[in-house]
Design a protein around this ligand. Structure first.
Ligand SMILES: [Zn+2]
Length: 263
């Protein structure tokens, strides 16, 4: 924090804070009024509808900044908590009290979710691109009890499946992997088309839901958890000018963990 606007009392100069994706909500629409500001009708998003997410400095609304005190990670290592960590946290929360959880797509979000889920006493099954043994080894090293290709069946029916890869074809596959009454949660903003599938894969009260954005309460809850349970992040740093290179590496699966742009 280099400067404070008028009336900002909760932060001090020099303090380390995080600025997440959610940059502003209206506070009065039906979603804001019911504790679901992640669905606000007129939101703003950092680096998307509000400038400064890809810059050396950013002006942010103090109401949407979060103190990072008490989390023993350096600036690069802590960055994934503010994006992948937060959406992963909200996606995992949608799984309720599920004990056996499948993660489809083992990237930035999943590599944090597996640690959280394990600390909560859940069993995690990681699904990667078929044949990606490096990603499967990575998942097991972080606590997954099983790892395999997304075309494989898990060794036991899942209580819930979380999909982080933007691949619609994973939806029917995940539905086939969850037990009766199980839930499939789509964690991505964008996904390719979902192919048609037999109704019997949804039958028996299986549920299919998506997750959008985050609330400030999600951020407070997740950061409080990260203070209690040390998380590790795997990052690759890129200079600001190499942002497109980072995206290409992500698309090609050449990256383990999270890419972090460093001004
Ligand atoms: Zn609103």
């Amino acid at each position: 924090m280099q400067a404070l606007g008028e009336g900002v009392a909760q932060f001090s100069i020099g303090q380390r804070v995080g600025v997440p994706w959610l940059a502003h909500t209206c506070g009065h629409c039906r979603y804001c009024a019911s504790g679901r500001e992640n669905l606000c009708d007129t939101p703003q998003f950092t680096g998307y509808t509000r400038d400064g997410g890809y810059a050396t400095h950013v002006v942010a609304d103090a109401q949407f900044c979060f103190a990072l005190d008490g989390i023993a990670l350096d600036d690069v290592a802590i960055a994934p908590l503010l994006c992948a960590g937060l959406i992963g946290w909200r996606t995992l929360a949608k799984a309720g009290d599920a004990e056996a959880i499948g993660l489809y797509g083992f990237g930035a979000a999943a590599h944090l979710v597996v640690q959280v889920a394990r600390a909560q006493g859940r069993r995690v099954f990681a699904f990667t691109r078929p044949g990606d043994t490096a990603a499967q080894d990575f998942a097991r090293s972080l606590g997954a009890v099983w790892a395999g290709g997304s075309d494989e069946a898990p060794p036991e029916p899942l209580d819930a499946a979380l999909i982080f890869a933007p691949v619609g074809a994973l939806v029917p596959q995940a539905l086939r992997a969850v037990r009766k009454g199980g839930r499939v949660v789509c964690g991505g903003i964008h996904m390719s088309d979902i192919p048609s599938f037999a109704y019997r894969w949804l039958w028996e009260e299986r549920e299919l839901v998506s997750v959008a954005n985050l609330t400030r309460q999600d951020a407070l809850d997740f950061l409080a958890f990260a203070r209690r349970v040390p998380l590790v992040t795997h990052t690759r740093r890129y200079g600001l000018a190499a942002a497109n290179e980072a995206l290409a590496d992500l698309r090609q699966g050449r990256l383990q963990g999270a890419a972090v742009l460093v001004p």
